[in-house]
Design a protein around this ligand. Structure first.
Ligand code: SF4
Length: 271
């Protein structure tokens, strides 16, 4: 039996009876992985993969700065947030709920700040609230959220031990993708959340989260499943659960990605 099958339970992506048998033959990291210059002791086993689309010009492990592909506005927003006095998650949520910094607020029912363990080591970031999230005021409670719950359960991660939020906190009209302007306007809210929670691992669910948090030019189909490190946080890009609902062939790669996340989480818990 492959090693990964011994370590983790079989997946139970049991929507309509379809299941994914894990195939551990694929390598955990891509073959084009590059050594990391200054690897923290906590992460000696990670060799983040190099990819020209995700990392134009330089090494993302440098954690920001010239050539890591991140937008200057995003870097500035990250820096600005970290120059502010730290605030509690409760205060941040209160501020966010009254935000009207972009036009999305006018078209949604309520702001969906995020929820979960305020000290979570693992954080999930999606795109934006959908209809059910807008109604209930909670992230990932619709069909895609229910699938995310099953994915978490399949790899042995409890939803109440993680923190879940989105790039934008207000529902875009007709569930369209947020624009780059809307994402940029909302980014300070996400950065203050990250600063307050201090996750060790962030899973980027889908292209928007990947491009916003890792690199604007990243293609999710090519970078998913690879670790990136930036500002002291390990990032794992993978497909958004909504994409799995549309395309079942994406379930297996997500299963492989989430096994990596679970293994990393276990190592963190063991330290
Ligand atoms: S999407 Fe974000 S920036 Fe725009 S109004 Fe809502 S909370 Fe504010």
């Amino acid at each position: 039996m492959p090693e990964s099958e011994r370590q983790l339970p079989l997946p139970i992506f049991d929507d309509g009876g379809s299941q994914i048998a894990p195939q551990a033959s694929e390598p955990v990291m891509q073959s084009n992985a590059e050594p990391v210059g200054t690897q923290p002791a906590l992460w000696p086993e990670f060799q983040p993969a190099a990819h020209e689309d995700a990392r134009p010009g330089a090494h993302p492990e440098t954690g920001g700065g010239e050539g890591n592909g991140a937008g200057r506005e995003d870097e500035a927003a990250w820096t600005a947030v970290h120059e502010e006095k730290p605030r509690s998650l409760t205060d941040l949520q209160r501020e966010c709920l009254t935000c009207g910094k972009c036009d999305l607020r006018a078209g949604c029912t309520q702001v969906v700040f995020g929820e979960g363990n305020p000290r979570a080591k693992l954080m999930f970031v999606g795109e934006g609230p959908g209809q059910q999230e807008d109604i209930q005021g909670r992230p990932f409670v619709g069909a895609a959220g229910q699938l995310l719950d099953r994915i978490l359960a399949a790899v042995g991660i409890r939803r109440d031990e993680v923190y879940i939020t989105n790039i934008v906190k207000c529902r875009p009209p007709r569930n369209r993708l947020p624009t780059s302007e809307e994402a940029e306007a909302c980014l300070p809210h996400l950065f203050t959340q990250i600063r307050a929670i201090k996750p060790k691992i962030i899973v980027c669910l889908g292209a928007l989260a990947t491009q916003t948090l890792i690199d604007k030019r990243a293609r999710i189909t090519r970078v998913r499943g690879n670790w990136f490190r930036k500002n002291g946080i390990m990032y794992m890009p993978t497909f958004h659960p909504a994409a799995l609902l549309r395309d079942e062939t994406k379930k297996r790669p997500v299963w492989e990605d989430m096994k990596q996340v679970k293994e990393a989480l276990d190592k963190l818990d063991a330290t």
